[in-house]
Design a binder for this molecule. Structure first.
Ligand SMILES: C[S@@+](CC[C@H](N)C(=O)[O-])C[C@H]1O[C@@H](n2cnc3c(N)ncnc32)[C@H](O)[C@@H]1O
Length: 340
């Protein structure tokens, strides 16, 4: 099943020719369908789960990548940008498109009306102009635009922000990328978690590391930790690496969808886990996260998370850890801390 933006793209296949690049594609096999309309399709997913789904389809004319940029320079005749949920990310995707577009090539922008795409023709870009609406169907819009300048290289700096964080152990510089969780300041839930981190040792996992706030605080407090930081979002992983480097810290930073790509056992799993809308999915996701992380903990290992107090963690924690231990709470958040 194709997402609505991919369906709109397919019905406008006259705009697609030659080598095609899809930037920030969604969770579907649109790339596999689109390969019939060009010479080849290359995809760059910012979401690891979207990348995995496409890679599993394994089509000979589709080359899939995950990350904040392609692993090597390349040029394409058609570049399609799926309009991002975080509007600020569009500037970054336009820059990528401008770098990867061949002279005389065509850029297409597609997205759902309820996202930010409706104002795309008013969005200023240093690289593109003359945005023209080409189609409007399935609650989606399709634009084309003309490139008016070519960036010398991919410049990440305009898309990074920084803030200083003072912890009980000193100061940290936090670097974040557009569209990543709590971009400009410390999240209140994370703050509560950081105030209640016990001393740790051994192999520790920061699940859903985002910009690496928890990771940096853990390493600052316990410099000997073997820390692993995972996230599903390529820009979060980039920001986390940047935060660690800015503070002279090292950890293994890698993509994982849930705990699927994580191996072995940990002495502790620490997290401000992702939250989702929708009651059923929220309960399922919370239960799966508790179950999976309990399996990945050594005997006696610590599982400590902060969550919005309304999220349904208690039943799953009682089921997998035997009891629900809350070590801190505010009117918005609870810090759960259990041993395996
Ligand atoms: C609430 S944020 C916490 C970020 C960071 N630890 C902090 O405290 O600022 C949750 C993070 O989980 C990531 N995430 C969402 N779904 C995920 C999944 N299925 N697997 C791994 N990480 C995921 C998000 O990209 C986000 O960075």
């Amino acid at each position: 099943m194709l997402t609505a933006p991919s369906q709109l793209l397919l019905r406008n296949s006259e705009y697609i020719h030659g080598k095609l690049l899809l930037l920030n594609h969604e969770n579907d096999l649109g790339a596999v369908e689109l390969q019939a309309h060009g010479d080849s399709v290359t995809t760059l997913a910012l979401d690891f789960n979207h990348y995995l789904a496409l890679k599993a389809a394994s089509h000979p004319k589709v080359t899939s990548y995950f990350g904040h940029q392609l692993p090597q320079p390349d040029l394409f005749d058609t570049v399609v940008i799926y309009y991002p949920k975080a509007k600020a990310l569009m500037g970054y995707l336009l820059q990528l498109a401008a770098v990867y577009l061949r002279e005389g090539g065509q850029v297409l922008v597609i997205g759902e009306n309820k996202g930010g795409i409706r104002s795309f023709d008013k969005q200023h870009s240093a690289w593109f102009e003359l945005a023209r609406k080409r189609d409007n169907a399935r609650h989606c819009l399709l634009y084309t635009a003309e490139r008016n300048a070519i960036p010398a290289q991919i410049d990440l700096e305009p898309f990074f922000s920084h803030y200083q964080l003072t912890t009980a152990n000193g100061n940290l510089t936090i670097c974040n990328m557009v569209g990543v969780f709590s971009e400009k300041q410390l999240d209140q839930g994370t703050e509560l978690l950081l105030q209640h981190l016990p001393p740790l040792n051994g192999r520790v996992l920061d699940f859903g590391c985002g910009a690496g706030v928890i990771s940096a605080a853990l390493l600052q407090q316990n410099p000997q930790l073997q820390l692993e930081c995972v996230d599903i979002n390529a820009l979060a992983l980039l920001a986390c690496e940047r935060t660690l480097a800015a503070n002279g810290l090292t950890a293994r930073v890698y993509p994982s969808d849930g705990l699927a790509q994580v191996e072995g056992e940990f002495t502790a799993i620490i997290s401000n886990p992702p939250f989702h809308d929708g009651l059923n999915s929220t309960t399922d996701i919370a239960t799966r996260f508790v179950a999976d992380s309990q399996q990945r903990l050594k005997s006696g290992g610590l599982w400590q998370i902060v969550a919005n107090r309304h999220l349904p963690y208690a039943d799953a924690i009682a089921r997998y850890f035997g009891e629900v231990n809350i070590i801190a709470e505010t009117n918005k958040y609870k810090v759960y801390s259990n041993h395996n």
